[in-house]
Design a protein around this ligand. Structure first.
Ligand SMILES: Nc1ncnc2c1ncn2[C@@H]1O[C@H](COP(=O)(O)OP(=O)(O)O)[C@@H](O)[C@H]1O
Ligand SMILES: [Mg+2]
Length: 249
């Protein structure tokens, strides 16, 4: 069975999707066979990083969950975009950005059994090493299910009190669900934040081992989710930091 890494956050807009898209690219460049799955049906965004749009009438995870297609037809092979002779593969499984589809999925909770069957089939047939799952912010039943089946949960937070408190609830839930590994990422930190202090604070608050601190980076903001940062800025200190995180996972 492929390793499932799920990314989650207490609040929206903390950099979850940006981070997981970049982790996926780095893992594929390292030679892994990776699927990047968007389960944030309310605010889907992973398709944007790879120029996949609804106009291309691609199949989405929504279509699969509504029994309109097979899971394999939702997997978009974006490996050529990595522009490298990597032996790895990167498939993106997008969620639909169509307003009508977003409204429909909000009315009916996704079928978790069908979702899990789809992951298993995709993992086997595409011979995947890693499934990276982007989730909606906040805890609800669907997110808890996604967390429960993960080998690793990456929790992203901003350096503020509200996020620290909210994230504690998720850490607690992940522990109860016996997730084998939890990793914290303090994102969008200002340059003047003392990194050692921040890591100590993460350690003392959550007891999950050393976390990762990622600085606020104007170049990432300017990309506006249009491309993976690590491909545009391979030599940037933020890329080096995300690579360290990959090693840790
Ligand atoms: N380290 C960072 N520095 C600057 N901007 C960031 C950073 N991380 C994320 N962002 C920006 O924050 C916004 C929200 O990021 P996103 O990944 O969409 O968050 P989420 O998926 O948690 O809602 C985007 O505009 C993104 O470019
Ligand atoms: Mg997102």
């Amino acid at each position: 069975m492929s390793t499932i890494i799920t990314i989650h956050s207490f609040r929206r807009g903390v950099g979850k999707s940006s981070l997981i898209a970049n982790l996926a690219v780095l893992l594929a460049l390292q030679g892994r066979r990776v699927a990047l799955i968007d389960t944030d049906f309310r605010a889907p965004s992973l398709h944007l990083f790879f120029g996949l749009s609804n106009e291309n009438s691609i199949h989405t995870l929504n279509d699969y969950l509504w029994d309109r297609c097979d899971i394999l037809s939702t997997a978009q092979d974006v490996t050529p975009q990595l522009m490298s002779d990597t032996s790895g593969k990167l498939f993106v499984i997008p969620a639909s950005g169509k307003i009508s589809d977003i409204m429909q999925i909000l009315r009916t909770s996704p079928n978790i059994d069908r979702y899990m069957d789809g992951l298993e089939k995709m993992g086997k047939e595409l011979d995947l090493d890693i499934l990276l799952v982007d989730t909606p912010a906040g805890l609800n039943e669907d997110t808890l299910q996604a967390i429960a089946v993960s080998n690793v949960v990456v929790l992203v937070l901003h350096p503020d009190k509200h996020d620290f408190q909210g994230t504690a609830v998720t850490v607690d839930m992940a522990r109860r669900l016996q997730v084998p590994a939890i990793h914290l990422v303090l994102n969008d930190a200002q340059d003047n934040l003392n990194e050692e202090d921040a890591r100590t604070q993460l350690e003392q608050t959550y007891h999950c081992g050393g976390g990762t601190v990622l600085n606020h980076t104007e170049e990432l903001l300017a990309l506006a989710s249009s491309k993976p940062f690590v491909l545009c800025y391979p030599e940037h200190p933020l890329t080096a930091r995300i690579k360290e995180l990959v090693e840790h996972l």
